[in-house]
Each structure stands twice: as structure tokens, then as C-alpha cells.
Write a new protein. Structure first.
Length: 125
């Protein structure tokens, strides 16, 4: 189970983005749909990216890129506009995407090769 903690953090963040988008104003705008799709896709990619030696921060990089794309999606769908006037759901979605990236960073990686774990030092009994 510990090998899926980063993915779990990412999927939890995606679920919260979807929940906040639907609950804050009882409507989901096209920009919010784009943000939900992005964080869902980002969580899926965090799940797919393997824990490889030398790529310690690959999952964090994916989550951070997702957070940046969430902000970009709000801007491109004209939900922010030229004056960067964010609505509350957009603010929360962007904060959740950034918080999700931070959560993915803070959750420790599982070992890259579980079969390489030294089990001889464990005490039985």
C-alpha cells in the first residue's frame, strides 16, 4: 500500500477539486470542467510514473505541472480574464492543485525495488 501513497494524495486532491467545483456555486463552468479534467489526468499520471532511482521527484514534477496547467486553464477559458479576477471556486481549485503538488512532494516514496529490501534484519515473533 505504501507504494501508492503519492497517487492517493493526488487522487484525493482531484476529488476535492471536483467537489469544490460542484458545491461552491452549485454549477460547474467550462473552466472548472477543464480544471477537474486536468487534475484527474495529473493524478493518473502520478499513479503511472514509477518510483525510479534517479527520478526521485518525477511524481512531484507531474503534480506541480498539473497545478500550473490548472492556473493556465482558468486563464485560457476566460474564467480569469485579463484582469485576473478569480472566482472563489477557481481560487480554491488552484490552491488545491498547489496543495496537492505539495502533498505529493511530502509523502515519502516507496522503495524503487521492493525485492531489494533487506528482510534479514527483521525480527520474527
Amino acid at each position: 500500500m505504501t507504494s501508492y501513497l503519492k497517487a492517493l494524495a493526488a487522487f484525493l486532491g482531484a476529488a476535492l477539486v471536483a467537489l469544490i467545483s460542484a458545491q461552491t456555486d452549485n454549477a460547474v463552468s467550462p473552466g472548472e470542467i477543464a480544471q477537474i479534467a486536468l487534475v484527474g489526468f495529473g493524478a493518473t499520471v502520478v499513479y503511472i510514473v514509477p518510483n525510479l532511482p534517479g527520478y526521485t521527484y518525477a511524481k512531484t514534477a507531474v503534480a506541480a505541472l498539473t497545478a500550473g496547467l490548472t492556473l493556465l486553464a482558468a486563464y485560457l477559458t476566460d474564467d480569469i480574464g485579463v484582469d485576473w479576477d478569480l472566482t472563489n471556486p477557481e481560487k480554491l481549485n488552484i490552491l488545491l492543485a498547489v496543495g496537492t503538488a505539495l502533498g505529493v512532494f511530502l509523502v515519502p516514496n516507496s522503495p524503487a525495488h521492493p525485492e531489494a529490501i533487506d528482510v534479514t534484519s527483521r525480527q520474527v515473533g
